[in-house]
Design a protein. Structure first.
Length: 201
């Protein structure tokens, strides 16, 4: 690994830890609120990493697959017991907070963090905390959270490999993917430019 790559990896790891700490500091001091904010922060950090890697369009396609699968189940299952939350409300299966957090964490661990089991562990535990916070706040039961874990993990991992899931997702969302890639191209150029300037100082 080159010196520049080592510096970049170190910066990424430090940034992830600092963002997670900052999220804790600015959140309302309740488990539910920590979980609410972590489920936003994890996929956003993964998006940032994919922008830098030039794979933001593909990441967005996988995210859309996860989002529509999660909310398709919620809407499609209606008022059956499986879809009923512990607090009595509906649209509980699967847990959207958990699927989003796990999706972001899986992408971070796979694409952004290399050779750092501690930072990987922190990211995975953070995603696990999101699921636990949904159970503790009675927004979901354990089966709804587990379903969220599987949906998030499936769309980050299974949709990457050549196969029917990937082909269908790319076909459905390719116009959005092309537009998203066009929008993120200038941002990628700027990030890479400043990274090169910083490493030359």
């Amino acid at each position: 690994m080159s010196l520049r790559s080592k510096i970049s990896q170190r910066s990424i790891k430090i940034s992830i830890i600092l963002i997670l700490i900052l999220t804790v500091l600015v959140s309302e001091k309740r488990a539910e609120r920590y979980g609410d904010n972590f489920q936003i922060v994890l996929p956003l950090m993964a998006l940032g990493c994919n922008v830098v890697n030039g794979s933001a369009g593909e990441y967005f396609v996988r995210y859309l697959g996860m989002f529509f699968t999660t909310h398709g189940f919620k809407r499609g299952l209606g008022e059956i017991p499986l879809n009923t939350r512990p607090n009595g409300k509906t649209h509980g299966f699967p847990s959207g907070h958990t699927s989003t957090a796990v999706f972001g964490a899986s992408s971070l661990v796979s694409d952004c963090i290399t050779g750092s089991p501690i930072v990987k562990g922190v990211v995975i535990v953070t995603a696990g905390f999101v699921g636990a916070s949904r159970i503790e706040s009675e927004n979901h039961n354990i089966w709804q959270v587990l379903a969220g874990v599987l949906v998030g993990w499936f769309w980050d991992r299974a949709a990457r490999k050549p196969g029917p899931v990937r082909r269908i997702a790319l076909k459905l969302f390719s116009p959005i993917r092309r537009g998203f890639h066009f929008l993120t191209r200038p941002l990628t150029w700027l990030i890479n430019k400043f990274s090169i300037q910083g490493s030359n100082k």
